[in-house]
Design a binder for this molecule. Structure first.
Ligand code: CMP
Length: 149
């Protein structure tokens, strides 16, 4: 299977709830390499671009207001089949439908504040990585774990 990169973002509230380490640990244990990471506050213009596909939806304004309301942690994660695998460990968008054992199933309550964003396709991953990171901010590494994972 091909090595892929995907974009992940811990939404506002994750830092305040002090669960950053637990969430990152789940990703590391599942074999993701963190090849870029940034703590930041998203400017409103960037939030609107990131959620462009939802511009016509009723929740667009409240979603963008929420995503700029506090610091987020943006990441580029790399492994084989990264995009589908990360979506799987995040669970369904609506936490009510997310299986226990997934990030949203275990930590989230509402759809809008579903604590993590994960790219849904190769096209989204490329677009979102490009929106949040410059190429020189991404650091792939050899971890030597191929034998064990
Ligand atoms: P995310 O994976 O960040 O991508 C789009 C976001 O829109 C989604 O997670 C939810 O946080 C939000 N969203 C999707 N559907 C709804 C909805 N019906 N009401 C409020 N927010 C929504």
């Amino acid at each position: 299977m091909a090595v892929e990169r995907t974009f992940a973002m811990f939404k506002p509230g994750v830092l305040q709830r002090r669960i950053v380490g637990e969430l990152i640990s789940r990703m590391e244990k599942k074999g993701f390499n963190i090849v870029a990471i940034k703590l930041m506050r998203i400017p409103m213009e960037m939030a609107k671009i990131h959620y462009e596909e939802h511009r016509e939806k009723s929740f667009f304004e409240s979603l963008t207001n929420y995503i700029v309301s506090g610091p987020v942690i943006a990441m580029v994660l790399q492994r084989e089949n990264a995009i589908a695998t990360l979506r799987k460990i995040c669970g369904a968008t609506n936490p009510e439908n997310a299986e226990m054992g997934t990030i949203r199933g275990d930590y989230a309550v509402s759809t809008e504040r579903n604590i993590i964003h994960a790219s849904d396709s190769p096209e989204s991953a490329k677009r979102e990585i490009g929106l949040f990171f410059k190429e020189e901010e991404i650091f792939p590494f050899e971890d030597g774990n191929e034998h064990w994972l």
